[in-house]
Ligand binder design. Sequence first.
Ligand code: C2E
Ligand code: CA
Ligand code: CA
Length: 685
Amino acid sequence: MGEFLNILIIEDSEDDTKLITRELLNDNIQLNSQRIQTVDALHIQLKNCDWDVIIADYRVPGCEAPLALKIVQQSQLDIPFIVVSGAIGEQVAVEMMKAGAHDYLMKDNLLRLGEAVRREVREAKIRKERRNTEIILKQQRVAIEAAIDGIAILQKDSYQYVNPAFFKLFGFERSEDLVGKNWDFLYSLEEATRFQQDIFPILKQDRSWRGEVVALRKDGSTFSLGVSLSLSDDASLIVVCRDISELLQAQALIAYHALHDPLTGLPNRTLLSERLELAINKAQRHDDYHYAVLFLDLDRFKVINDSLGHILGDKLLVGIAQRLKIHLRNTDMVARLGGDEFVILLEESSNQKTVIEIVERIIEECQTPFNFDKQKVFSSVSIGIVLGSRDYQQAVDLLRDADIAMYRAKKEEYCSYKIFNKTMYIKAFNRLTLETDFRKALEQEEFVLHYQPIFDLLDNQLIGFEALVRWQHPTHGLIHPSQFVPIAEETGLIIPLDDWVIRQACQQVNIWGEKFSNDFSLKVSINLSAKDLRKPSLIQDIDNLLAETGLEGQLITIEITESMLIENLENTIDVLNTLKLRNIQVSIDDFGTGYSSLSYLNRLPIDNLKIDRSFVRQMQADKRDYQIVNTITALSNQLGLVTIAEGIETSRQLQLLKQLDCQLGQGYLFSEPLSVDEIENRILI
Ligand code: C2E
Ligand code: CA
Ligand code: CA
């Protein structure tokens, strides 16, 4: 099957046209031909059809070959133009070829025509392809020049071509600044060595390489460059690259945020856990490696946060974070676990003594008041310590034990520390079992009230009792409230417990009133929890009780703590006012340990301030505590409140308290809390 060609024939003779087509058909060329003989027809055909070849008779009146050729050339179509002629002189033929005709043939010798047509069609095709390639190359060149990425082509180690993005990337003004230069011109000696040793061998093997390198700018500064290298078939090297410093910075920032606390900038739990695991592993391998974990918790942070606001609370956390860092060496780590909890990992801490020295310094440092916008904020921390041992396998266990030790420290006294031991763990575990037991205990009435006498300090006259609950546990024996009241508060079981306490205490006072002297007017103080105050039926329950027992309201005193007040000030004031209407008295318990709240005392419908026993205990030893007690009693007297000192254990304390005009007191010096029998046999005789 021959080729199929569109052939336009410019010819005035029908016969000659047939001659031409026959010749081509003979030569196995399939064709679709069209004969024309005017300039107008030529214009139309050029416009309407894709012609593979034009065969033109030299002498067509009005459309001679030179004119036709010119028209074809003007059309910009690259169509082979073959002139066929009768008697055409050599001169004319040469001129036609010069003018751009592709071939010429004599009509009486058309044997060559088929071959000529084939050749010209083939060459036109090649020309067309070349033109297309050129167009594509030009487009690519434009694209490369406009590319945002730097692109360079190197031959024999030197830059042959660089696009504008490339030279700008390296701080140059023109491509000439780089063309001809050796490749290592843009890298430090160190980085060039890396290319030679690590990168080029891979490039040679894989024909390409992608990665990050450090590049040099014209001014000598360095930057991170993301590079793609490819070897082309002609052994030239194509470099495509871009500045990835910002990308790397963003990546680093993301990684940083994943491992750090946004508020303080300290490492977070994740990063801490990683470091703890490292310490655990190291301790397994090296006998002489010792570490310690400190669990820090701010004392009364919730109260500070609620009363002074979150902004100040945040400032305090940041301030504490800064202070903690002061005491650490580079190898140590301080992390924030969240809330007001911080953890410190002390590495290479040779012995318990050095650890305790550091802990004591931290405790002291954290006690210095902060000044935020002229506002003084007092703080302190309690610390649990775990001395790392080979027994530890996981970070969570270290944190759990340090937390337990911290909890112990805080329980005993704010602003102190405790070193973890196994007994603590057992106690913490027992706490869980206690919780289940507690529910049973309520049903089975395993609770009893003890009563601690309260005296007038001037004349040693008994004026009443504080009711203190104890749990008569079937297997653990008598349990003190410090061990179960917090659990009861957390679980909400404090409400049924205190319901029982109030009822029991009121009935007891009523019984004593009937049993002992007629003018018995001893009061009973009852401790309430924050949850009790929020109980909607509190007042109704008390009213019912007063009606039932016939007890006068003035014989009852309710003790609430400072922090309970702050938690919900407005609501608490309402409740206290309602109690007041029933002549029930109100004492602020543990006064001085909450966030210094002297300022709102005069707004509160209260009767007594109970000075916390931590101040009373330190009164002799510490001038500061004496001063605090002095301030509290003075203020209390000014506001017309009665001051009650708790935990009086020595006569010296009693003497000092009397000097300071403290009216009432309780404590082991007078009597411990006693059972009903003991009260009846020892106190009320
Ligand atoms: P609190 O109200 O501050 O009670 C005073 C605590 O000090 C009592 O501890 C008492 O036994 C102890 N104490 C009295 N005199 C001295 C002393 O001279 N030296 C020393 N070191 N301590 C003394 P207790 O009975 O263990 O009660 C602890 C806390 O449990 C109470 O602190 C109170 O907040 C709470 N609590 C006690 N009973 C109840 C209750 O029925 N309901 C509620 N919600 N809480 C209660
Ligand atoms: Ca109390
Ligand atoms: Ca108290």
